[in-house]
Design a protein around this ligand. Structure first.
Ligand code: JEE
Length: 391
């Protein structure tokens, strides 16, 4: 990946030569170039600011040096995705970092003073993808510190930059809960003991304790991650529904919808002993941390969901559901195809599992290329295992 940064304080970006980012640059995974905006001025004083039209406090960055600097970044055919840090931008998120980590070229335009003449952004949008992004709801003196933070968050997601792929894999499985507390040696420090469960060697008890800690901490310090209230995504109405990674806030609706969806299964199999019907809300919150789960919303309403995880060389897909009033319109098939697309490259095929009497589901799975590869029973209910090789 190539990253260009334009600033009037190139020295602010010197930390980019250190640590993981510096190492990635030396290994050739990354090419970071910092440019001084003043090199694109032509007056004796290398002026980059002027007074605002319409009055107001402070100074505004003049458009001409920015125009020339951005032109210089685009002179060789391929154009970068331009990120303009600004206090009025969209909040920078992990999802954004993951999306930007896949681009071959990024450029950061770091403003100072009150910001950059708006026409620079308008003009850049006419030939580049541009995102105005804010690091958080507080005011900095310029875009440099924001760019540093964003670059660090993006670059660590580039394959090969963090040596330990397992840590990234683990991170992507946090499922929207905060972390559990961690400890190392010595066992006793300043009179404080490491929680005894961690020394017990009982892996089940440790897992249970960590799970409890994560829920308690999330409830205490980030209740917004658990509650549906003020969810901007849920509030946004979109006519073109898009699949998104599920977050903890989706748990309640997934739980409710599973009950609505699987009650027909219960009728068809003459039993309520179906995992999707007997599980609790806490179970859903729990499996959201262990599975990749995607949801689709329409006009703020959760209308579909699916989950998947890797077991050996298979991508195990399940809990495929569509709101009962919207079934039969191809949304289930689209969700299934989406879950398949998300499979890691190493996966050889897809596996699914359904009730033996789920005639409509089985028909849909067959049409999607699945073959029955096994039959068994679960709690006395006939079940069917399905397989589809990766094409
Ligand atoms: C880029 C200049 C300073 C200070 C006016 C009016 C804004 C600009 N999360 C983040 N906070 N701040 C930035 C950021 C700040 C920047 C620039 C990013 C370029 N500045 C500046 C004050 C103002 N204020 C009242 O509302 C708040 C404008 C940032 C990011 N990313």
């Amino acid at each position: 990946m190539r990253i260009d940064v334009v600033s009037i304080f190139p020295a602010y970006l010197e930390p980019l030569g250190m640590s993981l980012i510096g190492k990635a640059s030396r290994q050739g995974l990354l090419d970071v170039r910092v440019h001084d905006l003043r090199d694109f001025t032509h007056d004796r004083h290398r002026t980059v600011d002027d007074t605002p039209y319409g009055g107001g406090a402070g100074m505004v960055m003049r458009p001409e040096p920015w125009g020339e600097a951005l032109d210089a970044l685009c002179d060789d055919g391929d154009v970068p995705h331009l990120i303009v840090p600004g206090p009025g931008g969209a909040l920078f998120t992990q999802a954004m970092a993951a999306e930007l980590a896949r681009k071959p070229r990024l450029a950061f335009a770091c403003g100072r003073y009150e910001g950059i003449d708006e026409r620079v952004i308008d003009e850049a949008r006419s030939h580049l993808p541009v995102s105005v992004v804010s690091l958080g709801d507080y005011v900095l003196n310029g875009g440099e510190v924001a760019a540093l933070a964003m670059i660090e968050a993006i670059v660590r997601l580039i394959p090969g930059v963090i040596g330990n792929a397992a840590s990234l894999e683990e991170e992507s499985h946090t499922g929207g809960l905060l972390e559990y507390p961690i400890y190392t040696k010595p066992r006793q420090w300043r009179g404080r003991e490491v929680p005894s469960v961690l020394l017990s060697g009982d892996h089940g008890a440790i897992e249970h304790w960590r799970r409890e800690q994560r829920h308690d901490r999330t409830e205490r310090t980030r209740p917004d991650l658990l509650r549906m209230t003020a969810d901007p995504e849920a509030a946004a109405s979109t006519d073109n529904p898009r699949f998104r990674a599920a977050v903890q806030r989706d748990a309640g609706e997934i739980w409710t919808m599973a009950r609505a969806c699987w009650v027909t299964e219960a009728r068809d199999h003459d039993s309520f002993e179906i995992p999707a019907l007997t599980e609790s809300l806490l179970d859903v919150q729990e499996w959201l941390t262990a599975w990749h789960t995607w949801v689709v919303r329409s006009h703020g309403r959760l209308i579909g969901s699916v989950r998947a995880r890797r077991t050996h060389d298979l991508w195990d897909i399940g809990r495929l559901m569509v709101a009962p009033d919207l079934q039969g319109r191809g949304l289930g098939k689209a969700l299934l195809a989406y879950a398949e697309q998300q499979a890691p490259v190493e996966v050889a095929g897809f596996s699914m599992f359904t009730g033996g009497h789920s005639v409509d589901n089985l028909r849909m799975y067959r049409r999607a290329g699945y073959e029955i590869c096994g039959r068994s029973t679960y709690a006395g209910i006939p079940t069917v295992e399905l397989y589809k090789p990766r094409s």
